[in-house]
Design a protein around this ligand. Structure first.
Ligand code: ATP
Ligand code: MG
Length: 434
């Protein structure tokens, strides 16, 4: 016989192991840290300038950040803050090294979503966040998945559930209910409209008083912040169903979108959502808040099958939302939901595999040219870097064969470059900030 207590016992064993792995991986203080980047990486891979040009500039101006020399070598190693200072201060051939950002626009929001488990969502979200930060962008990552893969790989493991997307949703329910009650009281009809009352279990949690920034945690990357998730946030799916019952007019799917709208427009450049492998309250919030949808999929037939049913179900779920038309103040929420762009991205792709190539042309045909042309290749480096709870960008190339590291980095770089191109186009479509 095997009951819930046995499961709890197994979990306790496993948690001990997890703690040990984190200790071995990060540092004795369990704090994840970001490595420095070599002058070779800074020149060729990050700032994309000739190595000797960079060396010359650094020699000519000692006030520029000079990095650190490691005892065993001649290369200099730079922190991301130093790299960003170089980016701001240097111009090469009169070209600014800052990444393009359209004027008067808020940050672009991109959801990495598919309900197929293991499609590569978290891997893509993590690598795009890191690639974008190395590209000079300020990134906010939002973990919508109670599996919390993204939060754990960004080094955040002890998270209280009120500081997750669930907290944002419950806070939104309280605020929206208050707004509706105030509007009902203010109605000029003469007969006061009924007031909605939320139970003390919700109103007394102190969520109402949380400020926007309380949900945002710094990471070891100076230009990446995270709204994390945790296992306890799994009950958000049950709780949200109950919340909808308490206030059926609450536009539950727009909670995160409203939350993000309240951030200063220039606080971040990119907001990246990692979604759970399900269509539920959390993923609907992610998708609704997103300007752009990136749908990763493995290159096999079953993954294609499942991606097809994902877009079908998503389409139905988005259509259902149109019943909320007219329920929110004019101009605050637009229905039906329209994305600036939707793209598919093949992951774990093997160029030499006939089936993968055949699936790629099938994807290309069926999804009307919306399939990213640079798939993420299957690479042992990702399995290995996964073991270190890190992205390929975080792994020091001296810790694996240079070729393996380089190949993995190239595949993510290419996929990111392509993403960046679509992102620029999507960004230009956003409305100007007032
Ligand atoms: N390009 C790749 N090469 C090799 N392994 C990969 C690659 N991409 C992802 N993986 C591995 O596949 C597994 C699933 O990836 P990931 O966690 O990113 O998927 P997911 O879609 O987020 O899963 P879930 O639906 O559970 O959230 C992980 O072990 C990851 O290391
Ligand atoms: Mg995941």
């Amino acid at each position: 016989m095997f009951t819930h207590t046995d499961l709890a016992r197994l979990q306790a064993h496993s948690l001990k192991m997890q703690g040990w792995i984190r200790q071995q991986t990060f540092s004795p203080e369990l704090q994840k840290t970001l490595r420095r980047f070599s002058s070779w990486e800074v020149a060729e891979l990050i700032l994309k300038v000739n190595q000797s040009t960079l060396r010359g500039r650094l020699a000519a101006d000692p006030s520029l950040p000079q990095g650190q020399v490691e005892e065993d070598g001649r290369q200099r190693w730079y922190s991301l803050d130093e790299i960003n200072a170089l980016r701001r201060r240097l111009k090469v051939n009169r070209r600014s090294l800052l990444p393009p950002r359209p004027a008067n626009k808020r940050a672009l929001r991109c959801a990495i979503a598919n309900f197929k488990g293991g499609a590569g969502k978290s891997t893509v979200a993590l690598h795009f966040a890191h690639a974008a930060a190395l590209d000079g962008y300020r990134v906010l990552a939002v973990d919508f998945d109670p599996q919390a893969t993204l939060s754990h790989s960004m080094g955040l493991s002890d998270v209280a559930e009120e500081y997750t997307v669930w907290g944002i949703m419950a806070r939104d329910l309280i605020r929206e209910t208050e707004r509706m009650n105030a509007a009902a009281r203010g109605a000029e009809s003469g007969t006061a409209l009924p007031q909605r009352k939320l139970p003390a279990a919700i109103t007394d949690m102190g969520l109402h008083d949380l400020r926007i920034n309380d949900f945002i945690k710094p990471t070891c990357w100076p230009t990446i912040d995270l709204i994390p998730s945790c296992a306890n946030a799994a009950f958000v799916e049950f709780a949200s169903a109950q919340y909808r019952h308490l206030n059926p007019e609450w536009s539950f799917f727009a909670a995160v979108s409203r939350y993000l709208d309240a951030l200063p427009a220039d606080a971040y450049d990119l907001v990246i959502f990692d979604c759970p492998p399900a269509i539920g309250y959390q993923s609907m919030n992610a998708v609704f808040a997103a300007d752009m949808l990136y749908i990763p999929s493995g290159p096999g037939y079953w993954e294609y099958d499942s991606t097809t049913s994902f877009i079908g179900q998503l389409s139905e779920a988005l259509e259902d939302l149109t019943m909320f038309e007219g329920l929110v103040p004019a101009g605050t929420l637009r229905l039906p939901k329209a994305f600036c762009d939707v793209r598919f991205l093949l992951t774990r792709y093997e160029q030499g595999n006939d089936l993968h190539r055949a699936m790629k042309s099938a994807f290309d045909k069926v999804f009307e040219g919306r399939v990213a042309q640079h798939p993420i290749e299957m690479t042992r480096a990702v399995e290995q870097s996964g073991r270190f709870l890190s992205s390929i960008y975080e792994i020091d190339y001296r810790d694996m064969t240079r070729e393996t590291w380089r190949r993995a980095r190239t595949t993510f770089d290419r996929a990111y470059e392509e993403f960046r191109g679509y992102a620029q186009e999507a960004w230009a479509q956003l409305e100007d900030e007032a």
